[in-house]
Design a protein around this ligand. Structure first.
Ligand SMILES: Cc1cc2nc3c(=O)[nH]c(=O)nc-3n(C[C@H](O)[C@H](O)[C@H](O)COP(=O)(O)OP(=O)(O)OC[C@H]3O[C@@H](n4cnc5c(N)ncnc54)[C@H](O)[C@@H]3O)c2cc1C
Length: 582
């Protein structure tokens, strides 16, 4: 089956929907493909908020937001991109409000704002209220608002179409070719659909599922990231993966940083607010890498609760009104999943794998670039968590992801519209373009016996959690590199139990495992190569940041014997690197 559109968007999270809206408004024939029903995208689970220097409650400026982002990212941030982020956050939030997003309000009717980690004021003074929010359901509101607007604007949706390959014209994507469309597997009946387009946006989200304890939805397997990698696009800064300090103990479901933004405490077994010893200035509102490391050290030194491997998040002193008005969902999670009543008891928490700072490299127009010279891949775009612009550098600040996906999703849509209007000829997509994907799927689907995909996926998640976690060193990283290689070999013998064509989630699960293996391979290799500690990448054998050698982005290219690593310079415009203290 063959379908043509001008613009194709893979992914219906915040990034994909904002781009689709911009394209449709510009009159471009636009389609969104999504493996999930759109409003089930992970953006819908975002809790705490979206930051913008509106200054509704106290003075704030976009320059301060930019500086906090650069410092929070331990100076690995591309500062031209951080400037775009901080400036355009303001107009994007206002636009969202005009699109109908029901933000919480101040008594005088303006958008209410709250504190989040690492967002300070005036170069290091205390936290500033910068996060705009709708209770602890901000992402849900963003997703619903954008989806409704997309329907109104006439965006065509292909729901439950799982993209399994990218198409190129004039050479592969990493080799001078241009984007030409995608191949999608229709989940309802197993039909392979060739979709041709002038321009394609990858907005497929993150890959937290490569870790055992994660806040990420089951579907977050790095599909777009892996497909780009397979077509010769390098992956940027994969060694930087964020662990969020407050996942529900044992299962990783997120309890938003908003709990600490509203004044919640972190306590150890002695009842001590231990952040005093790690970040006396910002305490619980230090950036996430610092708080997660502190938790890890407390647990390692035997101050976990009852000597165990968790700590407490305590919101009791905030009172019923604040909890019910501003944190209703996450307190509900504590009741449902732990049987703990946050009004009366502290909640057991531990670090949880949360966010990929790295991904598909792009420029500030969201165009995918394929090497250290930032050579643009014609017609191909990436935005949202799957992309690396890079605005988060080595560590993302809370609420900066929603800004990233909306600001750069919107930019992607605008640039793609201009690209289509420029009248570029349609790419050449022959009928046999889907053959490689078909052959691969048929080979997988025909293997009834062999390795269990569930066991392989679990082995991968354990391997990554235990060896590429909050702290790493040369030994654990070598274990991870070798372990991923071995799992890849076993993956070549993986079995698919379901022989059918209707909702064959077995087959798609095996594809997702393949994507996770690609992401894990690049992550472990880049982490082993980077012999310093910076942001979320903490090497116990190299505890210091090393700007002389490592103030550089890493690019992992797919190679026959494993990833090949190269580097590209960090863009520094306003803020020279300084020691990062809070
Ligand atoms: C629990 C939680 C809470 C968070 N809270 C916040 C917060 O308060 N503030 C903040 O700034 N950030 C927060 N984040 C981070 C932020 O929500 C995510 O980074 C962001 O939503 C990612 O959006 P996205 O548009 O890139 O992708 P997603 O929203 O993850 O959407 C991905 C889309 O891609 C589609 N897709 C994937 N693979 C395929 C394929 N092969 N074929 C077709 N479609 C495909 C999916 O169907 C989906 O529609 C949170 C994250 C989590 C997990």
């Amino acid at each position: 089956m063959r379908i043509d559109h001008d613009a194709l968007i893979v992914g219906a999270g915040g990034a994909g929907l904002y781009a689709a809206l911009e394209l449709s408004r510009a009159g471009v024939d636009t389609a969104v493909l999504t493996k999930l029903y759109p409003t089930r995208s992970h953006t819908g689970t975002a809790q705490g908020g979206i930051c913008a220097a509106l200054g509704n409650l106290e003075e704030d400026r976009w320059e301060w937001h930019m500086f906090d982002t650069v410092k929070g990212g331990d100076y690995l941030v591309d500062q031209d991109a951080a400037e775009v982020l901080a400036r355009e956050a303001i107009e994007t939030v206002v636009e969202l409000e005009h699109l109908g997003l029901p933000f919480n309000r101040t008594p005088d009717g303006r958008i209410d704002q709250r504190r989040f980690g690492g967002h300070t004021r005036n170069f290091g003074e205390g936290p500033v209220r910068r996060s705009c929010y709708a209770a602890d359901r901000t992402g849900h509101m963003i997703l619903q608002t954008l989806y409704q607007q997309c329907l109104r604007a006439g965006v065509r949706f292909y729901d439950e179409y799982h993209v399994v390959d990218l198409l190129a014209d004039g050479g592969d994507l990493g080799d001078g070719g241009r984007a030409a469309g995608v191949v999608a597997y229709r989940v309802a009946d197993g039909t392979l659909v060739t979709m041709a387009a002038r321009t394609v946006l990858l907005a497929t989200g993150g890959f937290g599922r490569m870790f055992r304890i994660t806040s990420n939805a089951w579907s977050l397997a790095g599909d777009g990231v892996a497909l780009a990698y397979r077509h010769g696009i390098p992956l940027e800064d994969m060694e930087f993966y964020q662990f969020h300090p407050t996942g529900i103990y044992g299962i990783g479901i997120l309890l938003s940083e908003a709990a600490r933004g509203e004044g919640g405490y972190l306590l150890n077994d002695d009842g001590e607010r231990f952040m005093e010893r790690y970040a006396p200035g910002l305490m619980e509102l230090a950036p996430r890498d610092i708080v997660s490391r502190a938790e890890h050290l407390e647990i390692r030194d035997g101050r976990g609760i009852g000597g165990s491997d968790y700590l407490y998040l305590d919101v009791r002193h905030l009172g019923r009104a604040v909890i019910e008005e501003k944190l209703p969902d996450i307190t509900g999670f504590a009741r449902t999943f732990l049987g703990v009543e946050p009004l009366k008891e502290p909640v057991p928490i531990q670090p949880t794998a949360h966010y990929a700072m790295g991904g598909i490299p792009t420029d500030v127009r969201a165009r995918v670039v394929r090497d250290e010279l930032n050579t643009v891949v014609e017609g191909l775009y990436a935005a949202g968590e799957c992309a690396c612009v890079s605005v988060h550098g080595a560590n993302r600040l809370g609420t900066n992801s929603l800004v990233d996906l909306l600001v750069f999703g919107r930019r992607a849509g605008r640039d793609m519209a201009a690209y289509c209007r420029a009248g570029t000829a349609r790419p050449d997509v022959p009928d046999e373009a889907a053959d490689p994907a078909r052959a691969e799927l048929e080979a997988l689907a025909s293997r009834r016996s062999g390795e269990s995909p569930a066991l392989l996926r679990k082995a991968l998640a354990d391997l990554m959690m235990d060896n590429v976690g909050v702290f790493r060193d040369g030994g654990t990283l070598r274990t991870a590199v070798a372990g991923v290689r071995e799992l890849r070999e076993r993956y070549a013998r993986v079995r698919v139990s379901d022989a059918g064509t209707v909702f064959n989630t077995d087959l798609l699960g095996v594809c997702e495992l393949g994507y996770l293996l690609d992401c894990a391979e690049a992550t472990a290799a880049a982490a082993l190569a980077r012999t310093e500690s910076r942001g979320a990448h903490s090497r116990e054998d190299f505890p210091e940041r090393d700007d002389a050698r490592w103030l550089t982005h890493s690019l992992a290219f797919r190679g026959d014997g494993g990833p090949v690593l190269r580097h590209k310079p960090v863009t520094i415009t306003r803020f020279a690197p300084k020691p990062r203290t809070y």
